[in-house]
Design a protein around this ligand. Structure first.
Ligand code: WQD
Length: 308
């Protein structure tokens, strides 16, 4: 694996080796650096690429769009070029439901016209287009996985999302309240046209996503050179419902304070995942309670680990 560890803890490699294989090959480097990517492929026999490397905060992408375009597009270009150059067969790309924007159509299908509403979403859609054109002009076979809202952690509690930088995502914010690191959850808007006025998201367990990637690597794409799949649960949960579920999962109160809407937020989004079920044999198996229980176990196991 290639990672710059800019958003990870120093001990994560040891944890990964414990959970996978002690001889897991790890190269510290930036996928936006073409020489690091080339070195990886020179030193290792790479037959497939799974590309996760990207900045991924909607609000941060509004504050610093060019950093997002540079990082997210350059890393994809580097990996696509080496894949075509070396005749690598399979390319799996970590995309996001944010490419859909406020689609209006629910549940969201892969045929829903993309309409990203943030620089981050635009970078993901541009990366998809780069990979579609690379697939059309070479033997590269590309699978695009559009994640809805990833949440949770490995059931062992050893690896999960514990961003070095204070993330803006909902579940890390909820966990900070549960841990007593914040005194309340800011709820960005309660005047949306939804069942409780707060935004709706399709939260999906990261372990279900991991299984989706394995299914994508093994899938027989038939005549497709390029195929897009939604990875979600098909279930919408509001922000307030998630906060209530977190109180149950953690046994801690999650006081909420209504704040202004956040620029770029979509109102509601949940997935139609029937294509992944039919063509990858994949369905999410874990619910929001499981996601939050696993996330809570992880943040408690990892509290002792110093950041960078
Ligand atoms: C969800 C809802 C917020 C924090 C994220 C990532 C994106 C992609 C999809 C992977 C929104 C509200 C949040 C808080 C809140 N992931 N919220 N208080 O924006 O749907 O997108 O997941 O590809 O990379 O950005 O997720 O968790 O940031 O927000 O009320 O303190 O929770 O307004 O309605 P989002 P999020």
């Amino acid at each position: 694996m290639l990672d710059d560890f800019s958003n990870a803890r120093p001990d994560v490699v040891a944890e990964l080796r414990m959970l996978t294989t002690p001889d897991l090959a790890v190269i510290e480097g930036d996928a936006a650096d073409g020489t690091a990517v080339r070195r990886l492929c020179d030193e290792h026999d790479v037959d497939s690429i799974v590309h996760f490397a990207a900045h991924k905060s909607v609000p941060e992408s509004f504050a610093d769009p060019l950093r997002y375009y540079r990082n997210n597009l350059l890393s994809t270009l580097n990996l696509a070029e080496i894949a075509v150059e070396r005749g690598i067969d399979r390319f799996v790309f970590s995309s996001s439901a944010v490419v859909y924007g406020t689609s209006g159509q629910l549940p969201v299908t892969e045929e829903t016209p993309p309409a990203p509403q943030s620089p981050y979403g635009s970078t993901k859609l541009m990366c998809e287009r780069i990979l579609a054109d690379a697939a059309a002009s070479s033997g590269l076979r590309v699978i695009i996985l559009r994640y809805f809202n990833p949440v949770g952690a490995h059931g062992s509690g050893r690896i999960g999302e514990l961003p070095v930088a204070a993330g803006q995502n909902l579940v890390p914010a909820v966990m900070r309240v549960a841990l007593g690191e914040s005194d309340r959850l800011q709820v960005f808007g309660d005047d949306y046209d939804t069942r409780d006025g707060t935004a709706v998201r399709d939260f999906v367990h990261v372990m279900d996503l991991a299984e989706g990637h394995l299914a994508a690597l093994e899938a027989d794409l038939g005549s497709h050179q390029y195929r897009v799949f939604n990875l979600g649960t098909g279930v919408g949960t509001t922000v307030l419902e998630l906060a209530a579920a977190a109180e149950s999962a953690t046994g801690r109160p999650i006081p909420c304070e209504i704040a202004a809407r956040r620029p770029g937020d979509i109102v509601e989004s949940w997935a139609d995942c029937s294509r992944a079920a039919g063509e990858l044999g994949w369905r999410a198996k874990r619910d929001v309670a499981q996601m939050l229980a696993d996330h809570w176990r992880f943040v408690n196991c990892r509290r002792d680990v110093p950041a960078h």
